[in-house]
Design a protein around this ligand. Sequence first.
Ligand code: UD1
Length: 418
Amino acid sequence: MDRFVIEGPVRLSGEVRCSGAKNAVLPLMAAALLTRGESVIRNVPDLRDVRTFMRLLTILGVKCDLTEGVLRLDTTAADGIEAPYDLVKTMRASVYVLGPLCAFRGEARVSLPGGCAWGPRPVNLHLEGLRALGAETDLEGGYINARAPRGLRGGNFRFEPSSVGATCNVLMAAVLAEGETVLANCAVEPEVTQLVDALIGAGARIEGGGTTTLTIHGVAALDPLRCRVIPDRIEAGTFLAAAAMTGGEVTVQDCRPDHLGEPVAVLRSMGCRVEETADCVRVAAPERPRSVEIVTRPFPGFPTDMQAQFMAVLTRADGTSHISETIYPDRYTHTAELRRLGADIRLDGATATIFGVTGLSGAPVMATDLRASAALIMAGLAAAGTTTVDRIYHIDRGYERIETKFAALGGKIERVSD
Ligand code: UD1
């Protein structure tokens, strides 16, 4: 198993290029199942989750090729309907094939995802939404069976709470359902809007893209997809936070500043100087950040996927900070590891109180999930001495060559294999 060995403290400085967004490409890959022929998706990051999704699509009969950021998905001979447990258990986003298979093939069998490191993570809204479009669903042997032998028909459904995954899944099903579908309280994360745009580009009739109400007029067939994946706002935010963590100066290139509104506002409250151009954000951080209050919320609020990284920054803040996690109240497994580096954090339900300390010191720590891993690397770069981060397979799921990118910014970080 690989681990990172990090020598700190360093002050990160320089420029780094943002990759395509993991959370945008996965639903796009699933959407290819709604079409016959070769879909071409550009700016695709080479990540473990993308490779896992390619394996899943291959099992479903799709010919997949990822070369230099261009992903070709040929569905001409795709005839499978089952997403097996072995894959779903390693990547919950596999559940994205449920809606497209049900709509296109009239049948799907998808292993029910279990919980994850930060809580139960139900899929009830995915199923209720599909049922609103006329699908029959049941659970058998740990698998969701969904059937619509005579095709789906339009219907009305409201997501409560707002859900990225359920919005994508039900939207993908609705584009081929007969008649009109109205989906209310849809997630408006940029990854959802990218899916809406890509489906419209393939011939879908969708109104309300970028808003919480989507009206879909079903069409009989779609063309293969042609799209370019949006920049990964979570990766971009991670590097900006890393600048704040280390008192450094970092420019993230090829990103979308309009997708980073809240995190940038928080960085400014921390005392960072932030400059934006059309596709770059530059952060110049003070020696020590100021304490702040963060509440995670659906987009355009502060993303839960940056909560761990910003908590890492706040461990070094001048003063006491609070974080309230409203999306996943248990998403705090990283706090125990940050404490091993000298952080002073108190948890009370879904609220964390972070008492800033003047310095962290290196120690062996363990990555518990994808974004927690990024937080630990950042903390390791700021801590005095050696930090080893174990179980970094989590990070390879969602960050492209993170150690190379941190090293280019002056980080002393090395991947070591046992
Ligand atoms: C996606 C992201 C994940 C991010 C999360 C929240 C992908 C592949 N993953 O996950 O990185 O942390 O959005 O921004 O894009 N819920 C239900 N019932 C459901 C579905 C969700 O109650 O059927 C609840 C969840 O428990 C959670 C909230 O809705 O409290 C939001 O979750 P959701 O947006 O669905 O997260 P994912 O799509 O799984």
